[in-house]
Design a protein around this ligand. Sequence first.
Ligand code: CMC
Length: 429
Amino acid sequence: MSDVAKISFGDKEIECPVVVGSEGEQGIVISKLRAETNLITVDNGFANTASSSSAITFLNGEKGILRYRGIAIEELTQQSSFIEVAYLLVYGELPTKTQLDKWESDIKQHTLIKEKMVKFFDAFPQDAHPMGVLSSASSALSTFYQELLDPKDEEAVDLAIIKMIAKLPTIAACAYKTSIDQPRVYPRNDLSYCANFFNMMFSVPSETLEIPDVVVEALNLLLILHADHEQNCSTSTVRLIGSTQANLFASISGGISALWGPLHGGANQAVMDMLTSIQADGGDVSKFVLKAKDKSSGVRLMGFGHRVYKNFDPRATILKGVCDKLLAQLGITNPLLNIARELEAAALSDEYFVKRKLYPNVDFYSGIIYSALNIPVNMFTVMFALGRLPGWISHWKELNETPTTRIGRPRQIYTGHNSRPYVPIDQRG
Ligand code: CMC
């Protein structure tokens, strides 16, 4: 195997080193290309560009493989807690029992948010989208913990990580309770991470809430499945912000904003809106499939397609199975699930989707599960953010620990006006 690639342009030929990853994938290093040829590379949407090397997550889109730190998500979802997976992602190894106990206990010590910050939620409009609140509140944490902002201070970083993981569920539940004008519920450290979140979301001070194990298990699984996905848009955003040596809280806030869009994490809410509108329109999935194939309609089949997965999304496969089981266990019948199944079958047998290798992604079934757990639709993307948090953190940490990290600063091909004179306002027209 050659370890250099030759690029020739005009009468010039340059040799570019080829790097090989631990799973055999190869990449041409073009960093010297501009210096030696005056050429830059153009890659719309970074579809063919590795922004960095990373040892966190391996994804093979052709074979439908997803592993965190080398361990298959199928194994992790069956055997781990989300908090254990968070440790694995952030620190690279599964924790020992002692390490896990300490990690859990440290996180529990930091679940409260400052009272001043609790008041902060009242400043938003009642109908504020919780993703806007989550992103703002995450950034605001940097104002409360100014001693934890230096990305090169290892101790401060470890504490910032614990605070971030501990407080994001509290912030999310606080945003929800504020939006429905109910008293905010303080965290309970006798509960697990997932059970505590449910309690903060759904209990009221006047009653004790019984949280079925099946509900806690489903949330645990959902969070694990969302925990990392290598260089996806929000993680790349976190890395780009982090490359400026911005603090963890600010970097995560940017990741939350990137996740919000309907082409990324916002797709889970968009899927639910789509299924509801198909139902309201009489439930005819073929009509919707026709619309999704018509480029002029501006409509896409939400929850379908992926930049990397071209056979199946292993997360969607797990979720589809869980969805059936959970609804049966909870005794719920959701007509939207039937519409989803019909829509999936119609798309998977349609040449348009088959030819373009468009399959259900993680967002296709997750919304139906969130609904079964009583999570309101506008909180779906917040749930994704809670899950993706350890992934964002681990990438931010990896980036800061890599001595060769440089500020992220892409180039462009300029297509605007050439130099032209300034025209005074009274001569324009
Ligand atoms: N419905 C209809 N057509 C589609 C869809 C879709 N959901 N997705 C892609 N296409 C078509 C697209 O129009 C293009 O057709 P053509 O080759 O004729 O121009 C072709 O398939 C390739 O699509 P693309 O937009 O170039 O693919 P991409 O890799 O840039 O985008 C995607 C990936 C996920 C943004 C896109 O598939 C999409 O918009 N899906 C719907 C939104 C969604 O479910 N997003 C969640 C992604 S998974 C969770 C996450 O990571 O956040």
